[in-house]
Design a binder for this molecule. Sequence first.
Ligand SMILES: NC(=O)c1ccc[n+]([C@@H]2O[C@H](COP(=O)([O-])OP(=O)(O)OC[C@H]3O[C@@H](n4cnc5c(N)ncnc54)[C@H](O)[C@@H]3O)[C@@H](O)[C@H]2O)c1
Length: 255
Amino acid sequence: MDSLLNFSGQVAMITGAASGFGRLLSQGLAARGCNLVISDINREELDKTVSSLQLGENQVISMLCDVSEEDQVKAMVDAAMEKFGRLDIGVNNAGIAHALTPLHKIDQGIMDKQMAVNVNGVLYGMKYQIEAMLKQGSGHILNLSSMAGIGGAPKGAAYAAAKHAVVGLTRTAAVEYAKKGIRANAICPFYSPTNILAVDGFDSPENQQRLAQGSPMRRLGAPQEIVNTMILILSPGNSYMSGQTIAIDGAVSAW
Ligand SMILES: NC(=O)c1ccc[n+]([C@@H]2O[C@H](COP(=O)([O-])OP(=O)(O)OC[C@H]3O[C@@H](n4cnc5c(N)ncnc54)[C@H](O)[C@@H]3O)[C@@H](O)[C@H]2O)c1
């Protein structure tokens, strides 16, 4: 295997691994030799991810973890350290959308949920991942922001606020821990048809077609395309990139 895509001996933690990007990334890293600690709130679908992996039983831990619960996130890192003794990659991927809502109709419930899962979930992941990575003097954190993390998202204000916060956490960690050998980057995908689009306002083929028309390529990114870029970013050869928010967007942000 090309060394740029060889993750043998590495240990990656991935939240939200029962679906979408998290499942595909688990499969992609496993196929390239990476040991995994993966989690989700959906046990049944998480088990399907585990069965799809090209990994031996002793190379993967799967567990229930609601990322909005700090102790559950800590338990993932603890499990990685206990079994593998290290954590090289932390992917804070679990996330939720909200139904399209004009900003003046956003209520506390929508905002609180976005903050709990999309912001606190990432913060808790980073917090314990960094603690583990400090012990070994190396590590790479990849957070899931969004195009809504680097620009406005009409009718997605709470999601956009949360994803902007992810950018703030990522950049801060990159600067704060650079000297300690820890890097942090975020990706900012345009819409991609995973289960997250199964919310009111995004779920019909007509709506997805309309979203596609907002892209210079006139199409949405396939989930596998987004995950291929994640694997490239996580490549052992990509060792000088840190603090970046990488748009994977078919040129939307270039418009
Ligand atoms: N698909 C897109 O269009 C798109 C675009 C930009 C960013 N993103 C981001 O990518 C990430 C992955 O999304 P996806 O598209 O694969 O969606 P998805 O819905 O397919 O997967 C998200 C996973 O997160 C899990 N999850 C939800 N709440 C959780 C919680 N509290 N704790 C733990 N797990 C939880 C879900 O059960 C699900 O398995 C999210 O952070 C999302 O905001 C997605």
